[in-house]
Design a protein around this ligand. Structure first.
Ligand code: ZN
Length: 235
């Protein structure tokens, strides 16, 4: 058991829920932080409480380590960024190849605010679901960006911050497998039923891979990963 305390950047989606389980398995105390920045859909934020409750109930040892949840309102980010996640627009690729769901500097801002919160509450590990493998090309998810940010936070606060990114080199199938390894079929079921990833904010029917519209980029990635994981398990 790592005696440090961790703060998980927790949106209520598949990736951050897997990160939460990873942190609860490893650190003596874990808190969660979410950010409300005027996303088009609040469903993901609403899933956060349900996921936390179900995990604490299903895994009592994790429940004992799970501390407070924090929700920070930063609607300024919605006001200064013009993206498909913060206004009513079609999801599409921009001329530079990045999807218009990209919110410039989002993860940098999240990590800075998370570090400020963690500093006050004696936590030194920030855990996030950033991933270079399946990612949409977001430059603020890259491992080099995280390493630079870790150094900036450590220097800028004079505290040894670590940014832990357990999903950085995993594809979506491997993320499902990590969840199964950490919490068995119970955790996989929580992720299927209670987490939310769909860009369009649809819950709808429960597919094998979870709820969602099934055709936005986030749903496609999640569904493809689940199918690849299932296929791999049957081999
Ligand atoms: Zn969708």
């Amino acid at each position: 058991m790592d005696t440090r305390q961790a703060l998980v950047l927790f949106s209520g989606g598949q990736d951050s829920t897997t990160c939460l389980a990873w942190a609860l398995d490893r650190f003596s105390r874990v808190e969660t932080v979410g950010f409300d920045y005027g996303q088009r859909h609040r469903i993901e934020l609403d899933c956060r409480a349900t996921v936390r409750e179900r995990i604490a109930a299903a895994f009592p040892a994790w429940g004992e380590r799970l501390g407070d949840d924090h929700l920070l309102e930063i609607d300024v980010l919605g006001r200064i960024s013009d993206t498909a996640l913060t206004r009513d627009a079609e999801i599409a690729l921009q001329a530079d190849g990045l999807p218009n769901t990209f919110v410039p500097g989002r993860n940098l801002l999240f990590l800075t605010l998370a570090a400020a919160l963690a500093y006050r509450r004696g936590m030194s590990v920030l855990v996030g679901g950033m991933c270079e493998t399946d990612y949409s090309g977001y430059p603020d998810c890259r491992d080099n960006t995280m390493k630079a940010m870790q150094q900036a936070l450590t220097l800028g606060t004079d505290r040894p911050f670590e940014i832990a990114t357990p999903l950085m080199w995993l594809d979506k199938a491997a993320t499902w497998e990590l969840a199964r390894r950490l919490g068995g079929d119970t955790l996989v079921d929580v992720i299927r039923q209670d987490t939310h990833t769909c860009y369009l904010g649809e819950r709808g029917a429960l597919h094998a891979w979870g709820h969602g519209c099934g055709h936005c980029p986030a749903c496609e990635l999640r569904a493809r990963g689940y199918e690849a994981w299932m296929t791999g398990k049957q081999r």
